[in-house]
Write a new protein. Structure first.
Length: 83
């Protein structure tokens, strides 16, 4: 499992946790202050996870683009050397 896949699964689990907290509030297992406190923490974690996922995807894409450029330039060099 890649890091990106792991982070995306974490984000999905965070969404599931939010749903459990909404159920707990609806069933009056927790009060609204507790719900709000945890939801604020989950919002912050979600924000950080989204930013991490975005940055990992960008780094992956930049790396892949650099590899393609390098491969294309080396192919041009070898094809020019043949002529």
């Amino acid at each position: 499992m890649t890091n990106l896949h792991f982070y995306e699964r974490c984000r999905a689990s965070l969404g599931e946790l939010r749903n459990h907290f909404m159920e707990a509030l609806g069933n009056k297992y927790i009060d609204e202050d507790t719900y709000n406190r945890y939801c604020n923490g989950m919002k912050e974690i979600g924000f950080l996870l989204n930013r991490l996922i975005r940055n990992v995807k960008k780094a992956r894409d930049d790396y892949e683009n650099a590899r393609k450029l390098k491969r294309n330039s080396s192919q041009r060099l070898t094809s020019n050397a043949k002529h």
